[in-house]
Ligand binder design. Structure first.
Ligand SMILES: Nc1ncnc2c1ncn2[C@@H]1O[C@H](COP(=O)(O)OP(=O)(O)OP(=O)(O)O)[C@@H](O)[C@H]1O
Length: 273
């Protein structure tokens, strides 16, 4: 079922037309990635989709009742702690105090909030504030979940968790739309990709997210995997490190590991979630 539709939407800021005749629909269970150059109008499409901005011409129709939006920057000057803020947002969304506490605790654990759920939010780093914004959006399963560059600022450990949370939302019947600059992240998450170019929306073919491979390694020489090409996720554990990469890109990572004296414990394909 369709949850949102933009029909012949144009958007002007002053004299400048940013979007021209954009037609876009979003279905339950979809993970739509919007890509395009800086300033091409991706955030504008997301804001139109959730009703934070109005089209200059054309129409936006939304049938989703539960809509969540995660902006690109979640600057909180709040004295409230993350846990108090999430409980409060949960109550606004109609959850009982107990359910709100339980769900927000679960989400913050999964996203591995560091810096303390009980510290005032204004003291949280950008990445941790982003985790609180994501938890807020997922307090109740959204029917439409819209996220503006949600991976930016997140540590590589949280990358995989975010991908899993978005996939779960889609599997439960929600529609997800997000913007992202990394081609690898788009390929490993989206089921459909649209590009905005010179104000026009170009539909790309439907894709299935790339197969992923996990490599478990025992450390050798000093190496920061989060800066290696194609590495989507780095998980540190007592015995070593687990990397997640798109299948096909993992040979280069294995070579880098061996060249740096790391030992390979296992290489396995991640089962589709
Ligand atoms: N409120 C506004 N008033 C005036 N111009 C705006 C406003 N919001 C966005 N713009 C302009 O519209 C264009 C598209 O902006 P938008 O933020 O949608 O792009 P984007 O594709 O999300 O960019 P990025 O990848 O850098 O986040 C830009 O030129 C921007 O300067």
């Amino acid at each position: 079922m369709e949850v949102a539709r933009l029909r012949k939407v144009s958007k002007r800021y002053g004299r400048r037309e940013v979007l021209t005749d954009v037609d876009l629909h979003l279905q339950e269970g979809e993970l739509l990635a919007l890509v395009g150059a800086n300033g091409s109008g991706k955030s504008t499409v997301l804001k139109l989709m959730v009703g934070l901005s109005r089209p200059t011409t054309g129409t936006v129709r939304r049938t989703a009742q539960i809509v969540s939006y995660v902006p690109d920057v979640f600057a909180s000057h709040d004295r409230l702690s993350a846990s108090a803020y999430l409980r409060h947002m949960g109550r606004i969304r109609g959850l009982s105090a107990r359910a709100a506490r339980q769900r927000s605790g679960e989400l913050l654990d999964r996203l591995a909030l560091t810096g303390g759920a009980d510290t005032p939010m204004r003291k949280l780093s950008k990445g941790n504030a982003q985790k609180v914004a994501l938890a807020q959006a997922l307090l109740e399963p959204p029917q439409l979940l819209v996220l503006d560059e949600p991976w930016s600022g997140l540590d590589t450990t949280a990358h995989g968790t975010l991908r899993a949370l978005l996939t779960e939302t889609a599997r439960e019947g929600g529609a997800v739309a997000f913007t992202e600059h990394s081609d690898q992240v788009v390929k490993s998450t989206a089921t459909r990709v649209c590009e905005i170019h010179q104000g026009k929306l170009i539909q790309r073919t439907t894709t299935t997210p790339h197969q992923l491979t996990e490599i478990e390694l025992i450390p050798g020489a000093d190496l920061d995997w989060s800066h290696q090409p194609d590495v989507l996720e780095v998980r540190h554990h007592d015995a070593g490190v687990t990397l997640v990469l798109p299948t096909g890109s993992h040979d280069a990572a294995l070579l880098t590991a061996l060249n740096h004296g790391w030992s390979v414990v296992s290489v396995r394909q991640v089962k589709p979630e």
